[in-house]
Design a protein around this ligand. Structure first.
Ligand code: ACM
Ligand code: ZN
Length: 754
């Protein structure tokens, strides 16, 4: 019985005689002998360290082997001639930190790093040459010669522990994910409006009060109520030391972020003297940007922050300390006598200059302790602090401007690096919005073309940002980072020459098995059917097109009906329904469904008087009559048209005279993002599409789900062939609102005519 069990375990190892090499991130150079063959790693393999300081690499390898393959290697000081892994450090000329070479031959494996972290990265490559799944005692490692080194010195992942708290075990798991991708920075966002997460001995209320909130909004902002659940947590200084060491053992630097002067509600709730109005304040229970920020006039604010930073710098050996700097409203400062006095005494131009004064003053303190600050790109406003590194998040422009001023830059532009955005067009879980699919991350180029080489050298690298408003548990974080983090690792490590999407796609199928091995959740959006809705030639419905990237035969059916059929061409849809498409991949059914809502306008000929804004163009005018109602706000940008400062005026040709009595326009409202519902919707009729008669106007906006809502215009039964629907833009945003003085956005996703 026992023998049989062992034989079963051995089979996977024996049948995989020569493996392809599937390392992510792709090494700079991999050579394999013409005849594929493998060295077999087994419990008898010895490991010898020929240089000092490689204990971390050996224990990482052994922990991984033990965890996933259930055996360990024996470290030795005198190796036999065969079946040995040699590790050593040699100063190699002309190589960057982290470089290594690895050779796998008949007698064993040699990994030479130009420093101990190079050896560690070589070990990571070795781990990725092992078979997955892994329960075997003889692990084939293909013969090869690898030469490898990183493209960028900064390869980072961020995690927001303010919006949601993640325990120490998960932080360690996250750090391991970073290590497995040859990344080297963990940006730990520790304070925000919704929670202060780091113990500060001098200010105990920060964690007694600031680490806890009395509830959290339910659903997508602005939410459907509050769960009233006391929520929070924080890291003790002992736990932080443990995590910093855990990361350092993996050649990862932890950069703490202490947010200032904005995103400070949790600190203010703990110590109200820190705010302009002196409170009372609360640890926030909803998401967004809040007017109450640190008072920038009061010396006691700076004393408090210096004290906090003293304890932070004692815990984190990182050269960089992140001080936030983003999204700081100036509302309170404008009316605070102390802030206004500071503006006068320091001869500052305005409140923006006061923010710059604030950051300069903090930088001076941090520099005096031998450290450097990193700030979000808002720290450019009013003049950069002299030694600051800029983290460019509102696009790349902040990074470009900083590099041109000879400041170092870390790129984290939202469109490519925000892993809180949806990665599927059919995302079911709540996300903050946006759409950042895997291939877009993969194709990101951190060095903008517009920089000359002397400026480009300031781009230290890039980072994936993980804001956790809509990630309340570990599994959701994993789901959001994988596989996008694997794509980013290749952007940051691999040479531009070796980065290749087709090759990455091939490796991805193995990488998914690795996630399973690591017990990491991940998004399956990559496998998903791509769907699109097209106009039908005769305006007699809409066409639903489905595609898969694996050339698999697809099937279709309608919900509620048992029969399905092979899909050959776009399916004509002529009434409200739920259409379902699927295909079979590795014995798993990959399925997608689409709800269609039909009305008299669906699929009909439509024209627009004004063009939508280029970034929110959807499928042009047809988007408004394609039968798809967007119920996910900005998470579905492809299903909406956006108008900046202009009206949305559409003329629909119903094809023949029809009796109609109401029109409903589906729009969005998110005042914080400058998105306003129409001022009103007006409906017109016309027999010929030339001369229109107004039927009725309505301003009655009704919220339906989160930021989605509708305006319905009712009018007496009217017979008409042409319908004109004017959704009036609110125009310039009024004082007292976010974006005051700027044009407002109008978003429209569907017009119903009934
Ligand atoms: C940010 O996303 N507010 C830096
Ligand atoms: Zn103030």
């Amino acid at each position: 019985m026992k023998k049989l069990f062992l034989a079963c375990l051995l089979i996977p190892a024996l049948i995989v005689q020569s493996q392809e090499i599937n390392i992510i991130p792709e090494p700079v150079s991999v050579r394999q002998p013409r005849i594929h063959a493998s060295f077999y790693l087994n419990v008898g393999t010895q490991i010898i360290s020929e240089s000092s300081g490689l204990e971390n690499s050996i224990s990482y390898l052994n922990d991984y082997l033990y965890r996933f393959y259930h055996f360990k290697l024996t470290p030795t000081s005198i190796a036999s001639r065969n079946n040995v892994i040699h590790l050593n450090v040699k100063q190699m000329i002309n190589t960057v930190p982290g470089a290594y070479i690895m050779s796998v031959r008949e007698d064993g494996i040699t990994i030479t790093g130009n420093s101990p972290d190079g050896v560690f990265y070589g070990i990571q490559s070795l781990l990725q040459m092992l078979p997955v799944p892994g329960a075997a005692y003889r692990l084939p490692v293909a013969y090869c010669e690898i030469i490898d080194y990183p493209r960028f010195p900064y390869r980072g992942m961020h995690l927001d522990c303010g919006r949601h708290f993640f325990n120490v075990d998960f932080i360690k798991k996250y750090i391991d994910f970073i290590a497995l991708h040859k990344m080297n920075y963990f940006h730990w966002h520790l304070t925000d409006d919704q929670g202060w997460r780091i113990e500060i001995k001098k200010y105990p209320r920060l964690t007694q009060i600031g680490a806890w909130r009395n509830g959290t909004i339910i659903g997508r902002y602005p939410g459907n109520g509050n769960d009233s659940i006391h929520y929070g947590g924080y890291y003790t200084q002992e736990q932080i030391k443990e995590i910093v060491k855990y990361a350092a053992d993996r050649y990862i630097t932890v950069i703490p972020e202490i947010e200032m002067p904005g995103h400070a509600s949790a600190a203010l709730a703990s110590y109200p003297f820190l705010g302009c109005t002196k409170g009372p304040y609360q640890v926030q229970q909803t998401w967004g940007v809040f007017d109450d920020v640190f008072c920038a006039g009061n010396d006691s604010t700076y004393k408090f922050l210096d004290d906090v930073l003293d304890e932070v710098m004692a815990l984190f050996p990182s050269k960089y300390i992140h001080i936030g700097g983003d999204e700081c409203p100036k509302t309170r400062w404008k009316t605070c006598p102390i802030c206004q006095k500071r503006i006068r005494t320091e001869k500052l131009r305005d409140e923006h200059a006061l923010q710059s004064y604030f950051i300069h003053r903090i930088e001076k303190y941090v520099n005096s302790k031998g450290r450097m600050i990193i700030g979000w790109d808002e720290i450019l406003e009013g003049g950069l602090a002299p030694n600051a590194t800029v983290m460019s998040w509102r696009g790349e422009q902040g990074g470009i401007d900083a590099a041109r001023q000879n400041h170092d830059v870390i790129m984290t532009p939202g469109d490519w690096c925000y892993f809180d955005h949806s990665q599927s067009e059919h995302e079911d879980s709540i996300t903050i919005g946006g759409y950042l699919p895997l291939n877009k991350v993969y194709n990101y180029e951190p060095v903008p073309d517009s920089l000359i080489p002397d400026q480009a050298k300031h781009i230290l690298g890039a980072q994936g940002n993980v804001w956790t408003e809509y990630m309340s548990n570990d599994r959701k974080v994993e789901y959001m980072i994988f596989p996008r983090m694997s794509a980013l690792s290749e952007v940051l490590w691999s040479s531009k020459r070796t980065r290749n999407w087709d090759n990455f796609e091939k490796k991805l199928l193995i990488q998914f098995k690795r996630y399973d091995l690591w017990n990491a959740n991940y998004s399956r959006a990559y496998f998903e059917l791509k769907t699109s809705v097209l106009p039908s030639k005769n305006y007699n419905g809409v066409l639903w097109k489905i595609e898969n990237k694996f050339n698999k035969r697809m099937f279709m059916k309608f919900a509620g009906i048992d029969s399905s059929w092979g899909y050959t061409e776009p399916q004509l849809i002529q009434k409200s329904c739920v259409a379902i498409g699927n295909f079979n991949l590795d014995n798993r059914v990959v399925e997608v469904s689409q709800v269609f809502h039909f009305n008299k306008a669906t699929g009909k000929k439509i024209t627009l008087t004004y063009e939508p804004y280029k970034n929110y163009y959807g499928d042009g005018a047809f988007t408004l009559v394609n039968g798809i109602q967007n119920d996910k706000g900005m998470a579905r940008p492809s299903e909406m048209l956006g108008f900046l400062g202009t009206d949305c005026e559409a003329v629909i040709d119903l094809g023949k005279p029809e009796s109609i009595s109401n029109v409903t326009v589906h729009t969005l409202k998110d005042i914080a993002s400058w998105i306003w519902p129409p001022k009103y919707v007006e409906v017109f009729s016309s027999p010929d599409g030339l001369n229109f008669t107004s039927l009725k106007k309505s301003e009655d906006f009704k919220t339906s789900n989160g930021m989605n809502g509708t305006i319905t215009v009712n009018f007496p039964l009217t017979n008409t062939r042409f319908v004109k629907v004017l959704a009036k833009n609110q125009g310039v945003i009024q004082a007292g609102n976010p974006g005051a003085g700027y044009d407002s956005w109008l978003f429209e996703d569907e017009i119903e005519v009934n």
